[in-house]
Design a protein around this ligand. Structure first.
Ligand SMILES: *[C@@H]1O[C@H](CO)[C@@H](O)[C@H](O)[C@H]1NC(C)=O
Length: 303
């Protein structure tokens, strides 16, 4: 009796360890709401699971359809099944074999709000007929339209110092990693720019353009502008004022010092020359005085 229950427990544990794949449910994971810029592109992140053994991409068919009307098809591998207003604008980025159903929508239109729901169909190997299918209508993505693009953010490195390299960073968030925003700067050249792409959260990316240049004295109080062109052509920009700290200018010190030294040297030379001249004259006077005294004493001797 006790032996039996022990054996039962053992088999239950074994079943628990060996069968995690068969435990998989029909489940999808999406972002419920995504903001997209009209004319640009948007990526709807999506992953899914299904019961049974893992199938290769060739045995899976992924479809995106509207939540309340399953015949409104946004994406289908057979493009004739896609509704006219979405033809040629949707593509599956995700690999279904990796349980990834991520969708890209290009040239986003005003009316593309969805909600977008994913359906997976498991197809039979030889007949290509649908064996099982599931629409994840509880997990759909709603797209919120943005008519105007966001303004970029501008960040300055610490103080700009004349003649020293200085960095200004321009950054925007976007939803279109296949066609990232293009940056233009009001000064500097393309060679001075570093571009950085990074994901922020599911469905949102950040692009940064870092401009490194060397400010000069006449850049003080001038504006620097970063303009961003989004996929589809919409634009936005932002400007900041540059405050350039001047490095101590030594030229205005050198001149007076040189003049002072020059004057001192000339004055010294004049002094020495004059002293020499007067020395000679004093000596001359002394010798003349001496000879006069001699003459006088000689004269007095005569008296
Ligand atoms: C799904 O595929 C997209 C597009 O290739 C990729 O960016 C994303 O990282 C994938 N998601 C997961 C969870 O692997």
């Amino acid at each position: 009796m006790e032996k039996d229950s022990k054996r039962m427990l053992f088999f239950l544990l074994l079943a628990g360890i060996c069968s995690p794949t068969t435990e998989e449910q029909w489940k999808a994971s999406v972002v419920k709401s995504i903001e997209a810029l009209v004319d640009s592109c948007v990526v709807l992140p999506c992953t899914f699971t299904y019961p049974g053994s893992i199938l290769p991409t060739s045995r899976l068919r992924g479809i995106w359809h509207r939540k309340d009307n399953w015949d409104d098809i946004f994406y289908h591998e057979d493009s004739t099944k896609v509704m006219d207003s979405f033809k040629g604008r949707t593509k599956l980025l995700g690999d279904l074999g990796q349980k990834n159903c991520t969708l890209e929508i290009d040239e986003v239109k005003d009316h593309d709000n969805g909600p977008f729901c994913f359906r997976i169909e498991l197809v039979q190997k030889d007949t290509n007929r649908t064996k099982e299918k599931f629409s994840f209508v509880e997990e759909c993505t709603e797209v919120i339209m943005r008519q105007v693009p966001p303004k970029p953010e501008l960040f300055q490195a610490n103080t700009a110092v004349q003649g020293k390299p200085y960095a200004v960073t321009c950054s925007v968030h976007h939803t279109c990693p296949s066609h990232v925003p293009v940056f233009t700067w009001s000064r500097g050249s393309e060679d001075d720019v570093i571009l950085i792409q990074k994901p922020i959260v599911s469905g949102i990316w950040e692009t940064q353009s870092i401009m490194v240049f060397t400010p000069e004295e006449n850049d003080d109080h001038t504006e620097i502008t970063c303009s961003v062109t989004f996929n589809g052509g919409q634009k936005s920009d932002r400007s900041i004022q540059l405050n350039v700290k001047r490095t101590a200018n030594t030229y205005h010190l050198i001149l007076p010092v040189a003049v002072a030294i020059g004057t001192a040297v000339i004055f010294g030379i004049i002094c020495i020359a004059m002293m020499k001249k007067y020395k000679n004259r004093i000596a001359e006077l002394q010798s003349r005085e001496g000879s006069m005294f001699n003459r006088l004493s000689r004269m007095s001797g005569r008296f």
